[in-house]
Design a protein around this ligand. Sequence first.
Ligand code: GAL
Length: 437
Amino acid sequence: MYDVNKVMTSRASRRGVLKGGAALGIGTLGLGPLGSRLAAAQAEDKLEIFSWWTSPGESKALQALFDAFTAANPGVEVVNSTVAGGGGVNAKAVLQTRLQGGQPPDSWQTHVGRELVDLYVVPGSCEPITDIYESEGWTDVIPADLVEQATWESEKYSIPVGVHRGNGFFYNKSIMDDNGIEVGDTMSVDEFFAAADTLKAAGIPALAFGNSEGFPGAQTFENTLLGVAGPETYSALFRGETPWDDQAAREAAETYAKMLDYVNEDFSALVWSDAIALVIEGKAGFNSMGDWAYGEVLAKDAQDNIGWVSHPGSDGSFVLVVDSFTLPVGAPHPENARNWIITLGSKEAQEAFNPLKGSIPARTDANRDLFSPYHQWSMDSFSNDALVPSAAHSQATSPAFQQAFYDASTAFVTDKDVDTFLALLADAAAMDAEETS
Ligand code: GAL
């Protein structure tokens, strides 16, 4: 469905070669005084991990990774460096400052695809980990498509730890029952609007929404686009092959504008985890979100009352949001950093982390019985459905497109101006095309 290599090859040819230490193979050896500083740092026996996982579900899952690392590496102090903000809205900026100042953590969270390559690999911030893939046999157990998205110019640069399904539509079962709404295995756009009208008449916001951090507005649009236009048009639009004045894009924006008539009024003040909390607490009907929202459901022990379908119309497709971790050039504790990467690719760590996070393992050999019915449903979708990468999480498109997408969506959720929204996306696509040509 999505040819990440096609996009990346064009970037690679533009940039020519890797800049910075990665291209020169600089690790921690042979660096003179810097080398002894790194050795001293290593002697402290720490491991600093950088992420934006701070919500109840996210932090529980992150702790499971730390526990797996500690079990294999007792005595190493794990330093949990987080910068709150869903989708990494704040963390990615802080990380850039650290990288530019030559002070990387020992590993950081990133999505595979364009985010990994554009922000970190091409600028020379990451060491290749191809040798670890080989020694751990990961290419035998991680689907080739995912490995490809962690690869640039034949080298692998991050280990995928979990695969989120971005086009989830979670709902409160008692609200549906109380209002006589039957939700089947799938939901069409029309079925959603029928349910939404019923809830509106009962004074309940049908769609829980929290957009103060910007990414949910973009994510709900990409889910709506997928539901209205289908996976092929979705991919063609984000690849720049179909223009944004296409009729299907317009119809998706109009549908999205209509959906926004059913959201909670305070959406500009809330974050993504507040929105799923509204559904859990019975204050709103549905929430369109990646399945880290299901991590919140699990962390709050609310799974009995929360059901799910794909975002209206998007059944048969799986929006990929793949979390992975890197090995930096100049990691302060290089040996611990390598061991962290090795832990993350292990069956044990992926089986401990993903049941809490809402994602499914990147490895295909995990024991299915350890996972909830939701996870098993997502595993089946991953195996059978069209896989399309998320633009809201910068897998499909560049980080610059992502920012423009956030800005356009944030304006749209308030002004619902379809023409301006599509024009802004067209501008962002043109900027991307110019960048990669
Ligand atoms: C995504 C990330 C998820 C989840 C979410 C909300 O970008 O892939 O793991 O953390 O942001 O913070």
